[in-house]
Ligand binder design. Structure first.
Ligand code: ADP
Ligand code: MG
Length: 695
């Protein structure tokens, strides 16, 4: 392998390549677009396109694609060759500015949630020049946003870019109030830690549930799970290490800053964390990471499972979304800072997040809602569906002292008037002591831990950026009018701490006491996707997104409907898969075993011997098999009685209320049968094989 430095970003048309290959003027003009969001001139676009094409051809590309992220959380691409015919029957390879900047996507089969009818199915893709183009499998990929001709967002990138703009607008207002005139842009940063499972491909191929649902729908608990804590940070198995090394290499070539790799809590579970990047780039890179994980795994005869809960009884996979805000001058706005001035500014930004999370708990919960993630949230392995903030004891005490107008009596005694003194030094909680919190302050960033492992990080960050933008907007409105800036600032921070401190919780989020306490505090507990997703269109939330021009009411409705629709479809696929496996695999296998067991008993009896355990086992098997069959019939009937409705919400509620419990009943019987059936008869690989076979 070439050295990492030579390898890094070889397949990326990044700034260094642009500087080298573009005429100075073009490079400068493009930078204005990238840095300041200026419109790109057609002339400039055509020069960039040509340079990009030459570079791509030199790197083995034959096609280009507008690479985009439709509303189903995966990425979409349609390849076009660079060829153009010329007289004489040959071709030349061309790529115009127009082709770079804008594409037509006849993507009528992609979800649009009613924003586009099929007869006017065309949408268009528009280049996002702030995320570098790259080459993947001989295809030049141009990161793009995807919209309808009416300008409505049909993807995950458009609202993310809009929300970044919203945050930028409001945060810059605040910084100017603090006299930081050099700060002309504020950019949210995101570092998503990606968890995943690896299973052997041969075993995977024998399980229809893994193939169709990405998670096991059956499976008795093996004798050993994760209880010994011997997998987390354990020595990495040779086969897994080979996969990780290969993955790193592929990601580095694509300019993804793959940094940390380790074994996670559950057997066969692992994690990769990149170094953080600007939110939209981090989102693109996370999509690429998930794609590469799947591809590279196959080269090692492994399958990468990104589902949130592939196995019952052991931890599922999430995606910790580390988030902060930086100025264009490289200053982290969530860094406590040393001077009184910096402390005051830090406290204001911190308060803006506290207020945002409290006022929009519902949206944060909705942003991580999916059928898969429902199995994880609240399972004492991931944060509960109740949103709260962990600040750590010291920072909480500081806020309490501020609110009470008291002198902070922590490590150092300090008068707590904002803007007069620097914050007392508090130990940074970089160690992440409290892993049960959904939203933890970890020293100079917040970590939102509720995201599901297969989700795009876009939704959560759209919400985060927008809700914090709204807090900052209100703060800026008030502070811009203030005659006494420092006094008003102090009063504003104290008032907001008072109003929103109920969202702060430093204790154990998995405990039953917290559920009760959260109820007393009036915090929301939206247990499932069907409770959470409708929040997108609550009056206050429509107003929020429209105020900041992030999503219109119809865009919100479409997203909500698509979410509910895929929830219902996913559960339907799972239920059908269960029935298929039950009817064609489990029942035949168990009946076969019952047959051979009863013949053995008959032969024994004929020979004058008796086997007491044979008949009791037979009777257990028969009883449970009958129960399984009855439960499968129930499930089939419930599926057949699905309401014939256009309403995604009604379908989702039906699947949640009727189908999920029926599926759980089928599973319970099947898992019991697995435990009392001859292993060699069981028709597909069991948990012990799936979880413990990779060395
Ligand atoms: P842990 O597992 O203890 O949370 P990791 O090192 O696995 O820590 O992940 C921390 C993640 O947070 C990394 O992706 C890192 O780049 C990211 N991060 C660090 N600082 C910031 C920041 N200011 N903004 C956004 N992400 C950050
Ligand atoms: Mg973390």
């Amino acid at each position: 392998m070439a050295g990492v430095e030579e390898l890094f970003a070889v397949n990326v048309f990044n700034d260094a390549v642009m500087r080298q290959r573009l005429p100075k003027e073009t490079y400068k003009a493009l930078h204005k677009t990238i840095d300041e969001g200026r419109r790109l001139d057609a002339e400039v676009a055509s020069v960039v396109a040509n340079a990009m094409k030459d570079w791509a051809l030199e790197h083995g590309a034959t096609h280009y694609t507008h690479w985009f992220q439709p509303l189903n959380s995966v990425t979409a691409e349609k390849h076009d060759a660079f060829i153009t015919p010329v007289p004489g029957g040959s071709v030349i390879q061309e790529f115009s500015g127009k082709e770079l900047v804008r594409g037509e996507a006849d993507a009528s089969s992609l979800p649009n949630g009613g924003l586009r009818s099929t007869f006017e199915a065309r949408g268009y893709t528009a280049w996002d020049p702030t995320s570098y183009a790259f080459i993947k499998d001989h295809i030049l990929c141009i990161p793009t946003a995807y919209c309808s001709y009416g300008g409505e967002a049909l993807d995950k990138k458009t609202p993310l870019l809009r929300s970044m703009e919203a945050l930028n607008r409001q945060a810059v207002r605040i910084l100017h109030l603090f006299g930081r005139m050099d700060a002309t842009r504020v950019i949210p940063t995101v570092g998503p830690e990606q968890e995943y499972f690896l299973v052997d491909k041969e075993l995977f191929d024998r399980r229809s549930d893994l193939i169709f649902a990405g998670r096991t729908l059956f499976g008795a608990k093996p004798p050993k799970g994760q209880e010994l804590g011997d997998h987390f940070f354990g020595t990495i198995q040779a086969r897994v290490q080979a996969f990780m090394s290969d993955l790193n290499e592929e990601l580095w070539k694509l300019g993804v800053l793959a940094k940390t790799e380790h074994n996670e809590t559950a057997p066969a579970q692992h994690e990769m964390a990149p170094i953080y990047a600007v939110a939209n780039v981090a989102c693109d890179h996370n999509q690429l990471t998930m794609e590469m994980m799947k591809k590279v795994a196959l080269r090692h005869n492994l399958v990468c499972l990104l589902a949130e809960k592939p196995f019952e009884g052991v931890n599922g996979s999430g995606k910790h979304n580390n988030w902060s805000m930086f100025t264009n001058t490289g200053y982290n706005l969530l860094e406590p800072g040393d001077s009184p001035h910096e402390s005051a500014q830090f406290l204001l930004f911190l308060t803006s997040v506290i207020k945002a999370v409290d006022e929009y708990q519902d949206l944060l919960r909705a942003s991580v809602a999916s059928a898969g993630n429902d199995h994880r949230l609240g399972g004492c392995e991931a944060p509960p569906p109740i949103v709260s903030i962990f600040l750590g004891d010291e920072l909480t005490e500081i806020l309490e002292a501020l609110e009470a107008g008291a002198i902070y009596s922590g490590r150092e005694k300090t008068d707590m008037t904002v803007g007069v003194h620097a914050l007392p030094k508090f130990p940074r909680d970089t160690t992440d002591r409290n892993r049960t919190s959904p939203f933890a302050f970890t020293g100079n960033k917040f970590e939102f831990r509720s995201l599901g492992s297969s989700a795009s990080v876009s939704d959560a960050n759209v919400v985060l950026n927008t809700i914090v933008a709204e807090s900052l907007r209100q703060f800026a409105d008030e502070l811009e009018q203030a005659e006494d800036f420092r006094g008003t600032l102090h009063e504003l921070i104290v008032r907001n701490i008072h109003e929103h401190k109920r969202i702060i919780f430093n204790g154990n989020n998995y405990s039953d006491e917290w559920v009760k306490e959260a109820g007393r505090r009036g915090l929301l507990s939206l247990a499932s996707t069907v409770d959470a997703l409708p929040c997108y269109t609550a009056e206050k939330n429509i107003r929020l997104f429209e105020t900041h021009k992030v999503l219109s009411e119809s865009e919100l409705r479409s997203r909500q409907d698509i979410g509910l629709d895929s929830y219902a479809k996913m559960i339907n696929i799972e239920a059908e898969t269960m029935l298929m496996m039950g009817r064609r695999q489990i029942l035949p296998a168990v009946l076969g075993y019952i047959g051979s067991l009863s013949s053995a008993c008959v032969s024994l009896r004929n020979a004058g011997a008796s086997l007491a355990c044979g008949s009791s086992l037979l009777s257990d098997l028969c009883q449970e098999t009958d129960r399984l069959k009855a439960r499968m019939d129930d499930l089939a009937n419930i599926l057949a009685a699905k309401p014939d409705t256009e309403s995604a919400a009604a379908s989702a509620v039906y699947m949640h209320d009727q189908v999920l419990p029926a599926m759980a009943a089928v599973r319970a019987s099947a898992d019991h049968l697995e435990c009392i059936t001859d292993r060699s008869c069981w028709p597909f690989p069991t948990y012990d094989e799936l979880l413990f076979s990779i060395q």
